[in-house]
Ligand binder design. Sequence first.
Ligand code: ADP
Length: 410
Amino acid sequence: MVSVHNTEILNMFVTLAGFTNNEVYIVNQDGTVVTESGITGIATGEKIDEKELTQLQDGHAIDKEFHYLPSTERFLVSGRPIFNESKFEGGIYVMSSLDAIDHSISQVKRLSLISGIVALIIGAGFIFVLSRRISAPLLKMEKATREISRGDLKTRVNIHSNDEVGQLAVAINDLAIELERYRTNRQELFANISHELRTPITYLEGYANVLQEGLYHSEEEKNQYLSIIATETRRLIHLINDLFDLAKAEEEQLGMNKEAVQLSRVLKAVIVKVGLKAKEKGIQIIEDISEQDKTILGDEQRLEQIFINLLENAIQYMDEGVVHITLEEGTTDYVRVIIKDNGQGIPTSELPYIFERFHRVEKSRSRDYGGTGLGLSIVKKLVELHGGRIKVTSVVGKGTTFVLSFPSMH
Ligand code: ADP
């Protein structure tokens, strides 16, 4: 228990004050300082303010600032009353130098300012390094895309990282490869087109000259030349129409009027259309088109175009024989149309290419038939535009089978 009369305890407080860097003074019940830890300005025997004493007697704490005038040092003074079994015995005051606190605060302020500046410098450095790491490849890519857009399609971006920047570089390279492929393809296409156009035009020009100059010996010879001109003109029209269809199909712009189409109806109409040609060659068309309602979502005209092309080919590349047309339920969700002929067939080595533009198996023969080499590529595109697939199998001398599958409607 604290007692202002116990000198040992009083001394202990003074010692403790020394440890904690604070000053202490203790007053008795009259408000007289009985001990102090060597405070300048407060001496043993001095009396505290009467008001303060009353406050302590009433059990109230005292908190105030103390300024010892000759010096500039300020103190925060905190006084607490001492009661012994509810009897007022005096009070104990602790004084902490405000200068020390101020010093600590300004030290903390300085420290936080320094650490702020250091953090700012580190942050700025980090951002600089990071932005260099990001911007350098971006600049590289910008340069590459500009070169690509100028037509230098061999340009590639040489960045191999596993992040978004790396992915962007791969995408730019893929784009360049695709553009290069497209350009080569287009160059080949134009070379083919000009070649295909030149042949009939050369015939037309040549025979027109012969007729104009009267370089024929009989009316029969003249008619023969006129019929060549007519055939070549038809070939030109055919070629131009095919080219136009192919271009539109490749751009997927072909005006597709998709609606529910009953395939058996389309196939029957097609068989009637090619019937005359088949009959002329002594070819029989056998159909196995059940009356079942096999409906697909498609463009009736384009579907007709697909089947006419395939049937005309079957008739074209066969001297005599039979063409089978079958309509059947394929695997789930698909309907199948099978066109099988027993004509001359296609060599296995040629099969992978027959759907390519201008590919003819036997060039001169196909030309004799008036073929453009575009028919099957148009067919393939049209089938794909219907969400379908086309497959071919063939044995030379035995015949060819085309299997088409289309997604069915439910
Ligand atoms: P073309 O206008 O020359 O007929 P296609 O693209 O329709 O062109 O066909 C490409 C080539 O495939 C043809 O030149 C022909 O040699 C071959 N071909 C297509 N269909 C058949 C078939 N049913 N039987 C044999 N050969 C065929």
